[in-house]
Design a protein around this ligand. Structure first.
Ligand code: SF4
Length: 388
């Protein structure tokens, strides 16, 4: 080895104060050694997660798939109880395929991004009908299933079947951006990060390696203050050596999201003390979920939307609509929503009309747990005065 090679491969542990203090900039790390260090760290520090099988136990592909779908855009802490409830109610992919879509949507309520639940149910049906109830093992076939994109296909292939691939989630993205000191801002840097990340996947224990990098990002290589002195790859890390770890990955400034406004209708049958709920159309936001009737969600200013005339023009039936003070606010991925609630007692004619499209539900038996978060907020908004 000549002196140039020696310099590139010399991994000098910087004996300096501070967790991301600068030192010598290294070239590409020795992948085998890096893999070995990461796996050795994982064997000691792996997070205990409900869907994870430790110490050589074979993972259950159904559990891995279920957890990966639930974890899309959702934190581990939020997913935990939903994952347990789903497995308890539908312990196999066959059981899930045989469930009704409405039951699955009801069990998913509160987790958000409801197209995931519809695709989950659809995917279970396809796995049973076309794959004999067994999940395919390769990314190429997995990606053809409903609701499974490139990331989820790689995650299932690696974690459930130990295929040599590396799913790049937000945690791995951060670790790799720092390991190679990638200074291109996200999201443009995604491709470069993926190109750097994929070859890191080892031939053996690819699933463990993927989960190890995820855990490293979640517990050591954390966003603002990476704990480099506790990191198994600190000697390989270019950002650590350059002293710019805490600032990576760079993110392009977020653009402000717009606000939309609308009306929610609290429609009562006072004779039976019941409330009108409707099932939303299968496609689109809150698709297929139980909800109160609502107006269009409009970007116009509040003095045009929060008016009695607008509320009447969009109402599900003719009635004496009364505005309830206050505002219900909710943020979706691409916009904020502000809802004003109007309340009315429907006439017998309106009740008959709405019976065709709605469910009249006794107020003291409202299925709050089966409502999406936005609708739970509306129910909570109405709660101080009971049925009002
Ligand atoms: Fe620090 Fe993250 Fe680099 Fe590890 S990978 S040395 S935690 S910046």
């Amino acid at each position: 080895m000549d002196s140039h090679q020696l310099n590139l491969r010399t991994n000098v542990r910087r004996d300096v104060p501070g967790d991301s203090a600068p030192g010598i900039v290294c070239d590409d790390p020795d992948r085998e050694k890096l893999t070995a260090r990461v796996l050795a760290w994982y064997d000691v520090h792996a997070r205990r997660l409900p869907w994870r099988r430790m110490a050589g136990a074979r993972p259950n592909p159904y559990s891995i798939w279920l957890s990966e779908i639930m974890l899309q855009q959702t934190t581990v802490a939020t997913v935990g109880p939903y994952y347990a409830a789903f497995l308890d109610r539908w312990p196999t992919v066959t059981a899930l395929a045989e469930a009704s879509l409405n039951d699955v949507l009801g069990a998913w309520a509160g987790l958000g991004y409801y197209s995931r639940a519809r695709n989950l149910h659809k995917c279970a049906g396809v796995v049973v009908a076309e794959h004999g109830g067994r999940f395919p093992e390769t990314e190429e076939v997995l990606i053809k299933l409903p609701g499974i994109g490139p990331y989820t296909a790689a995650a299932i292939a690696a974690i459930a079947f130990d295929r040599r691939t590396l799913p790049v989630d937000g945690n791995i993205e951060r670790v790799v951006a720092r390991l190679f000191s990638i200074e291109t801002p996200l999201p443009q840097a995604k491709k470069e990060i993926a190109v750097r990340a994929r070859p890191l996947a080892p031939k053996a224990r690819a699933g463990d390696f993927a989960q190890a990098l995820m855990d490293l990002g979640a517990s050591v290589c954390v966003p603002r203050t990476p704990k480099c002195s506790h990191c198994p790859v600190t000697d390989d890390c270019m950002a650590r050596a350059k002293g710019n770890a805490a600032s990576l990955p760079i993110r392009a400034p977020k653009t402000a999201i717009p606000t939309r406004r609308g009306i929610a209708y609290w429609t009562l049958d006072s004779a039976t003390h019941s409330l009108c709920l409707v099932r939303r159309p299968p496609k689109g936001l809150l698709g297929g979920m139980l909800a109160l009737p609502v107006s269009d969600w409009d970007a116009r200013p509040e003095d045009e939307i929060f008016t009695d005339s607008y509320a009447r023009s969009q109402a599900p039936c003719r009635a004496r609509w009364r505005r309830i003070p206050g505002l219900v606010q909710h943020t979706f991925t691409h916009f904020h929503l502000e809802l004003v609630v109007y309340r009315a007692e429907a006439s017998p004619t309106a009740i008959r009309k709405l019976a065709g499209e709605g469910n009249w539900t006794a107020l003291d038996e409202l299925p709050v747990g089966a409502l999406p978060t936005l609708m739970r907020k509306v129910v909570a908004h109405m709660a101080p005065d009971g049925v009002r």
